[in-house]
Design a protein around this ligand. Structure first.
Ligand code: PLP
Length: 411
C-alpha cells in the first residue's frame, strides 16, 4: 500500500454524504435561521431523545458546556473538584476558570478512567464533614469539596455506580464529561450523557458526532439546572432585556445544528464501524508480547480513540517511527497528564501525584480509528505492526543478550 494513512480524516465521510450535507446547508441558508430557531431546537429535541435525557442545552463547544455545567452547579471560588488527570485540558481548565481547584485522583489502569476507590481513599484521608454531615471540607486548607467531574475517556463510560455511591455518601454533585463518548453505554444499558447531574458533549469535527465547526451540548434531567444553563449560555438572560446573572455568549448556530441533526441519524452506524475496527485490532494484535490492547469492561465502548499500551517508552517511540516510515500516522493521548501542567496545580497543599496516569504518557499509542477507514487499511496497519513487533522483539532479545542497553529496555 503506497498511500498515506492519516491518523484521522473526515474527508471520506463528507464525500459519502455530500448530498445530504449540502441539502441541510441550503435549508439553513434559505431560512436565514442562523442563531437559535428551528434547526437548533430540532437538534436539541433529537439529541435529548438519543441520549435519553430530559433536557439538551446546546452551546458553542465542549469547553463551554463544561463551563456552563460548573456555573449552573454554583461552583464557588476556592472550592475543590475531584477529577481525572488523564484527559483533554478542558476538563480541568474550566474548573480553574471558576477560580476553583482541581484535585487529581489517579486512574484505573484498565479503563484509564478515574478510579472510584482512589476518590474515597483521598476523601477519607484528606477531608472531613462539618455542620453535621452536610459540608465536606479539605482539612489542611479548609476549602469545601464541591463535586466530582469524571471523563468517559476514549469512549468508554466511567464506573458511574461506584462514583454515584460516593457522591451520595459525601454530598457531592457530579459532572460527566462525555465529550468523547457520545453513543456509549454502561453495563446496565444507561447512555453516556445520563450518568451525572449534568453531562457535557463536544461536537468538534473529529468527535464521534462532529460538526463543521465548533459545537457542544449539556444534558440533564433536572429542570432547574436546564433553565440555569439556558440563561447562562445567553448572557444570563431570563427574558427580553432582563439579565439576571453573569453569563456568556455560547450558542450553537443553525448551520452546525442542521449538520449535526443529519449526522445524529448516522451516529450508531459510525460507532459500529469504529467498534468493528477495534475488534480487528484486538484480534490481530493479541499475542504480541509487548502490546496490550484496550479492554472494555463498562458496557458499549465507542472508541473515540483506540489506544494500545507498550511495555516501555523506547518500544513505543520506535513503533511510532517505524509506522511513520510506512506512512501510518499515530498519535499520543496524552503526552502529559493534567497533574503535570503547572497552571492546573492551583494550591501546593492540593497537589496529588498520579503515577498510573503519568506512566501511561510514556507507553500509550493511539492507532487510526475513524469510521470510513477501510478493512484493507486496518489490516495493512495490523500487518505492519506485527512486522515491526517481530523486528523490535528480535532487537530486544539482542540488546538483552549483549547487555548493551538492558537497563533502558526494561525501565
Ligand atoms: C474529554 C474532553 N473534554 C472536553 C473537550 C473540549 O471540547 P471542545 O473542543 O469542543 O471545546 C474535549 C475535546 O477535545 C475532550 O476530549
Amino acid at each position: 500500500m503506497k498511500k498515506n494513512i492519516p491518523f484521522f480524516s473526515i474527508e471520506r465521510q463528507y464525500t459519502q454524504n455530500k448530498k445530504t450535507f449540502l441539502k441541510a446547508l441550503t435549508n439553513v441558508l434559505d431560512s436565514q435561521n442562523f442563531i437559535g430557531g428551528t434547526f437548533v431546537q430540532k437538534f436539541e429535541t433529537n439529541f435529548s431523545s438519543y441520549v435519553k435525557s430530559k433536557y439538551a442545552i446546546s452551546c458553542n463547544s465542549g469547553t463551554d458546556a463544561l463551563w456552563l455545567a460548573l456555573k449552573a452547579l454554583n461552583l464557588q471560588k476556592n472550592s475543590i473538584v475531584l477529577t481525572t488527570p488523564f484527559s483533554f485540558i478542558a476538563s480541568s481548565s474550566e474548573i480553574v476558570a471558576h477560580k476553583a481547584h482541581p484535585v487529581f485522583i489517579d486512574i484505573d489502569e484498565t479503563t484509564f478512567n478515574i478510579d472510584p476507590q482512589k476518590i474515597e481513599i483521598w476523601i477519607k484521608k484528606e477531608a472531613e464533614f462539618i455542620n453535621s454531615q452536610e459540608k465536606l471540607i479539605h482539612k489542611k486548607t479548609g476549602f469545601p469539596v464541591a463535586g466530582i467531574l469524571f471523563v468517559d475517556i476514549f469512549g468508554q463510560c466511567t464506573n458511574y455506580k461506584a462514583i454515584k455511591e460516593i457522591s451520595n455518601k459525601y454530598n457531592l454533585w457530579l459532572i460527566e464529561d462525555a465529550c468523547q463518548a457520545v453513543g456509549a453505554q454502561t453495563n446496565d444499558g444507561k447512555s453516556a450523557g445520563t450518568l451525572a447531574n449534568i453531562s457535557c458533549f463536544s461536537f468538534y469535527p473529529t468527535k464521534n458526532l462532529g460538526a463543521f465547526g465548533d459545537g457542544g451540548c449539556c444534558t440533564t434531567n433536572n429542570k432547574y439546572l436546564a433553565e440555569q444553563m439556558i440563561q447562562l449560555r445567553n448572557h444570563g438572560r431570563k427574558s427580553h432585556y432582563n439579565y439576571i446573572q453573569h453569563g456568556i455568549n455560547s450558542r450553537l448556530d443553525g448551520i452546525q445544528a442542521a449538520i449535526l441533526d443529519k449526522k445524529l441519524k448516522l451516529l450508531d452506524h459510525f460507532n459500529d464501524q469504529r467498534i468493528n475496527i477495534a475488534q480487528t485490532y484486538n484480534q490481530q494484535l493479541k499475542g504480541i508480547d509487548f502490546i496490550k490492547t484496550p479492554k472494555t469492561i463498562n458496557g458499549k465502548h465507542v472508541y473515540h480513540q483506540y489506544c494500545i499500551q507498550l511495555t516501555n517508552q523506547i518500544l513505543r517511540d520506535q513503533l511510532i517511527q517505524e509506522l511513520s516510515n510506512h506512512k501510518i500516522n499515530t498519535n499520543i493521548y496524552y503526552p502529559k497528564t493534567l497533574d503535570q501542567i503547572d497552571f492546573l496545580n492551583t494550591h501546593p497543599q492540593l497537589k496529588n501525584v498520579c503515577p498510573i496516569a503519568q506512566n501511561l504518557t510514556k507507553t500509550t499509542l493511539a492507532l487510526p480509528i475513524w469510521p470510513e477507514l477501510e478493512k484493507e487499511e486496518v489490516e495493512y496497519i495490523c500487518q505492519k505492526i506485527k512486522e515491526v513487533a517481530q523486528k523490535l522483539q528480535i532487537s530486544t532479545v539482542y540488546f538483552q543478550k549483549t547487555n548493551s542497553c538492558k537497563g533502558k529496555i526494561n525501565e
